[in-house]
Design a protein around this ligand. Sequence first.
Ligand code: MV4
Length: 449
Amino acid sequence: MFKKILIANRGEIALRVICACKELGIQTVVVYSEADRFSLPVRFADAAVCIGPPKSSESYLNVASIISAAEVTNAEAIHPGYGFLAENAAFAEVCEASKITFIGPRPDVMRLMGDKDKARKAMAQLGLPVLPGSDGVVQSETEAVEAAEKIGYPVMVKAAAGGGGRGMRVVPSKAELLPAVRTAQNEAAAAFGTPDVYLEKYISSPRHIEFQVLADQHGKVIHLGERECTIQRRHQKLLEESPSTQFNAALRKRMGHQVVEALKEIGYTNAGTVEFLMDEDRNLYFLEMNTRIQVEHPVTEMVTGLDLVKKQILIAAGEPLPIEGETVPMRGHSIECRICAENPETFAPSAGKITGFHVPGGTGVRVDTAAYAESIVPPYYDSLVAKLVVHGDDRAEAVSRMARALEMFIVEGISTSIPIHEKIMADPDFRAGKFDTRFLTRFVTNGGV
Ligand code: MV4
C-alpha cells in the first residue's frame, strides 16, 4: 500500500480524496494555487505545496510543478480527481516515467477513450451497441455526404477529440451538412487542436445513462449499476440519480454484463464510466467512456455502500477487488444535486465570499463540499460549491428527502442553483420520472440545450 499520495486537484474532490486516504492510513500532499491558500484541502492534508498563480494553466495543469511537488515530498502516487489532468494520457505517461503511480487506467487505454471515434469503433467491435455512424473520421466532403445518406437524416457531427458536448452539430438535412461539417471542424481545431469529426445518427430527445465500473489489475471487472444523468443544461449536469427509473434488474444485468465483457477485453483498470444514450424505445447506444472518477460518483456509493475513491487507491496499489461475480447488491435510491455558484437569471458563475453557510444533515443526507462560512469562491475554476446527496428506501423518499435538505441548505453572500433544484423536486413530471434532455427548457428561458 502507498504511504503517501499527492492530490492534483482542488475543492470538494481534493477533500474527498483526503477523506479516503485518512481512512486508509495514507499520508496526503495537496498542491494548490495562490487562490486556494485558505482552502480546506490545504488545511486537512498532511502537507501542501503551492504550485503557482490562480490560472489553471499555470497551476493545476502545470505538469512540471506537480511532478516536482510529488518528488520533493516523496509521494508514491498521484490522484488526479476529475477535470484538470484526470484524462490526460500524456500526464499519466510522465507519472509513469517518473516512477509515480497514476491513480487511473493505463495511458494507452486513456488515449483510446479520449479519441471518441476510435473508442466508439473499439466498443462496437467488442459487442456494445452503437448508433449508425460514419466509418471513423470523415476524410472528405464526398465521404461525409455518402455517410450521412447511409445513416439517414438527421445526423450529428461530432469532434473526435470532443466529448461533453463540445464541437457537436445537429444536421437536419443534406443542405446543412457541409456547412455543419466545416463549422464543427473549425471549432474542433480551435478547441482541441485537431479538426477530425465523425457522423452519427441523431437522437432527438434521449436520456443520458451511464454505467459505473471498477476493474482491478488482475482481470477482474465489475459494474455498479447505472446513473441517470439526463437533467443537464448546456452539457452541464444539474442532478444525477441511481438507479434510473427506466431500468429494471434484467436490463441492468444485460447491459452491465456487456460493459464488463468489453472492458475485460480492453484491459481496462481502475474506476471508469461508460456513457450511453437511451432512445424513446429504451434502446441504449454507447456514446463515450470517461476514464476518471466522476463528480456524480456519490450516488453510486450511496446505493452500493462502496467507497469508490478507496477502491481506486486499492486497485492502483495492486490489490484484487474482493468481490464475487459481476456486480454488488444495490439498495434504495440516491439523488445528487450539484449546488453551483451562479446567477439565477444568466447562469453566469457567481464568484465571491460566502458570508453564511449551513449544510443540512440527518438520515440519508450527505454533503460533499470544500466551502465554509467566510470562504471565497474564486472566479478561476468551475462553479461547483457543494454536492448535496441523499439516499432513501425508494425514489419517492429520496425526492422528498432532497426537497427538505435543499430547504435547509443556507448559502449566503453568493447566489446558487438551490432554487432551480427546489423547482425540479416539486415538478410533477420529475416526480413521475418523466423527462428527457429537454426537460430544463421549461424552467428557464435561456437554459435548455
Ligand atoms: C448525441 C445526441 C443525440 N444524438 N448523440 C451531449 C453530450 C455528449 N456526451 C453527447 N451528447 C449528445 N450526443 C447523438 N447521436 C444528443 C446529445 C445531447 C445530450 C445527451 C445527453 C444529455 C444531454 C444532452 C443535451 C444535448 C445533446
